[in-house]
Design a protein around this ligand. Sequence first.
Ligand SMILES: [Zn+2]
Length: 146
Amino acid sequence: MSFIELNWLAKADKYIPLPIVVFTPLDYCGGFFAYPQKKEGLIGEKYYPLDRGLIAVDDRSSNFSSTLAHEWRHLWQLYNLGKKDYCHRPDASPGLPYKQRIIKYFLSDARELDALLFQRKKVYAEYAERWYEWIIKHKEVDHVLL
Ligand SMILES: [Zn+2]
């Protein structure tokens, strides 16, 4: 049995229309979001309306709520900070070890770091704690070296 705790979402900013949430196997990430658009988006072999935006979550993950919080924050960013193109992902630097890719990913994009901090605040997930710890320790090391 599994469940997701969404009390935090019920209290979220009401002016943001709730997006469609799709649970499906995802190959390259635990989740992603699509900005609201007047068209449909293809995920797997199905089309989904994007009018209110869309959040996709890997259905094999055990961290639905945490991923959902992260992607929700990106929608919040759209309504509060405006649009931004997302084109890089943790796998964008294939030469780097996983840990370095995570650190690079979150430190190279303020909105990603913001989304990570937000998801940690809303839902506990072991992986998010680990990523945060890597990032913080990396910053400390950087500081010492400088
Ligand atoms: Zn993100």
